[in-house]
Design a protein around this ligand. Structure first.
Ligand code: NAD
Length: 525
């Protein structure tokens, strides 16, 4: 498989972590890193093709579309506009690879492959971080730490390559019967991912695919596909066999829906909006595909008056502002106990004012742009709705102009005195907007926290162990953080419930979900 020549950039700068936040934060008041030097990755510029059966090929229609840098609105490449015909070809290539030797590779062979991928990932760390920043806007501090997180995730999945087992079970059948349970790779997996972190997000599909011997067809988001395409070149260099990983770029309504409905696909792993999730459930009915869905969220983050506010304020703030609010599990409904609400909001305002918004390639930027003009309109629309609903705009609320006018930048925004019934407290905004909702008692806040269609995550900040335990147990969601927000370890994993979807990501359970069980009863009489 051909590879595009890419600039190799060796600078690696680690950033300090903000207490309570899973993400490194470079504040002006904190120790800052060395100046960042970066080059435009050579990968940018040309029209990118589809990866099908180990070959880079144009879309069957011959069409392509522009992809933009959200920090300045410039075109940074063109993506092939894949459609149903391309999905057909990619699924056929994935099926052929699955039926070849790949699915019978020994665990140690797949483990070695994953370790080679990890070595190449780290060798290309800076190039990939820069590419991801230019493609979807997150600050380099974040995309660099994403690369480290991917490495950890690869090592986790490399430790799971023995999951396809055959076991004998004791049983109560009469006579001499041996009962075997085989776990074998499931087959062809369709991965549909969003734009808010594709470099890392694809690993929730690639990791279990490579660990088990499945094959996959990936459909990255039309707004950000470049890091996935570049990483595919690196995977080939590491020795991933042709057809094991296929990529069809394009629009959701064309390539995405064709993949979701395809009868040759055994499972869909989807991350994105709840609305699209519902369409994917409907599309899966044809061949009763297995599904893993990580959808929207409106997570409650609950601050009690006894919390250490020095940690809770930056931790809860970055639980929303990280990635400019474009994270499914952001703690956007920030419940604050009434007797500290005023102080908390004042501190939040001060903290927000100290954050630097700008082009993520700049060394001291904390928040990058939103992904697109469409998301910018959506977020600004909610800022307007919040004010109209009677919430108090305590910080931010404006689009940034001057040298940032060509990008999609919004100030970190805080609404206070929000009611849990307001649209800004019920609907996923997917931008840097916090809704502070006052409460008095544990019972009251748990009732409000669970009064949401979503159930992805939640947080609680308190020094009282029994409050922490009661509230973390009481929030109806797949993940809860106590005195921190947003940490995800691949060996533990995370997931959601209610309209936030189902199917655990990470841990051995995730790997098991890429395996098919078969019981074999052998009459030994
Ligand atoms: P989306 O759900 O439309 O897109 C996510 C992925 O699904 C993309 O790859 C897209 O091409 C694909 N897709 C779209 N329609 C499809 C269909 N009918 N069948 C199959 N695939 C399809 O999300 P979006 O438009 O990018 O963002 C809209 C909202 O979704 C955001 O504002 C946010 O609320 C939410 N969102 C959530 C996450 C998350 O991590 N949970 C990520 C991105 C967006």
């Amino acid at each position: 498989m051909a590879t595009a020549g890419t600039a190799s950039i060796d600078l690696f700068v680690d950033r300090p972590r903000q207490p309570g936040s899973a993400f490194p934060l470079n504040r002006k008041t904190m120790q800052t890193s060395a100046a960042t030097v970066h080059e435009r990755p050579a990968f940018l510029g040309s029209t990118k093709q589809l990866l099908i059966g180990g070959q880079w090929v144009p879309a069957a229609s011959g069409e392509a579309f522009d992809t933009f840098n959200p920090a300045d609105g410039t075109v940074i490449g063109r993506l092939a506009r894949g459609g149903p015909v391309d999905i057909d070809r990619a699924v056929a290539a994935a099926r052929a690879a699955f039926e070849g030797p790949w699915s019978r590779w020994k665990p140690i062979e797949r483990q070695r492959l994953l370790l080679r991928i990890n070595d190449l990932l780290l060798a290309h760390a800076e190039e990939l971080a820069v590419l991801e920043t230019m493609d979807m806007g997150a600050p380099l501090s974040r995309t660099r730490s994403t690369v480290q997180w991917i490495s950890q995730t690869i090592l986790h999945f490399a430790s799971c390559t023995g999951a396809a087992t055959t076991t004998t079970s004791s049983h109560s059948l009469p006579g001499e019967v041996m009962a075997l349970t085989h776990k074998t790779p499931l087959g062809v997996v369709g991965g549909i991912i969003p734009w808010n972190g594709p470099l890392g997000g694809q690993w929730w599909i690639l990791g279990p695919t490579l660990a088990t011997g499945c094959t996959c067809v990936l459909k990255p988001a039309e707004d950000a596909s470049l890091s996935v395409l570049r990483f595919a070149e690196i995977m080939a260099q590491a020795g991933v066999p042709d057809g094991v990983m296929n990529i069809v770029t394009g629009y959701g309504s064309e390539a995405g829906s064709a993949l979701a409905a395809h009868p040759g696909v055994d499972k869909i792993s989807f991350t994105g909006s709840t609305e699209t999730g519902r369409k994917i459930v409907a599309a899966s009915a044809g061949n009763l595909k297995r599904l893993q869905l990580e959808l929207g969220g409106k997570s409650p983050d609950i601050v009690f008056a006894d919390a250490d506010l020095d940690i809770a304020v930056p931790g809860a703030a970055m639980g929303v502002f990280s990635n400019s609010g474009q994270i499914c599990y952001s703690g956007t409904r920030l419940f604050v106990q009434r007797r500290v609400q005023e102080e908390f909001v004042e501190r939040l305002r001060h903290f927000s004012a100290g954050l630097k918004v700008g082009n993520g390639l700049q060394p001291d930027v904390d928040l990058g742009p939103l992904i697109s003009a469409r998301q910018l309109d959506r977020v600004m629309g909610y800022v307007k709705i919040g004010s109209e609903e009677g919430a108090v705009l305590a910080a931010g609320g404006a689009r940034l102009g001057n040298e940032l006018a060509n990008g999609y930048f919004v100030e970190p925004t805080v609404f206070s005195d929000v009611a849990n019934t307001m649209a800004i407290a019920r609907e996923e905004i997917f931008g840097p907007v916090i809704s502070v909702i006052p409460f008095d008692t544990v019972d009251e806040v748990l009732k409000m926290a669970n009064d949401s269609e979503f159930g992805l995550a939640g947080g609680v900040w308190t020094r009282d162990l029994s409050t922490a335990h009661r509230v973390s147990q009481g929030i109806r969601s797949g993940t809860v953080w106590v005195n921190c927000y947003g940490m995800v370890d691949p060996t533990v994993g995370f997931g959601g419930c209610k309209a936030s979807g189902y199917g655990w990501k990470g841990s051995t359970e995730h790997v098991e979900s890429f395996l098919q069980r078969k019981a074999v009863y052998i009459n030994l009489n």
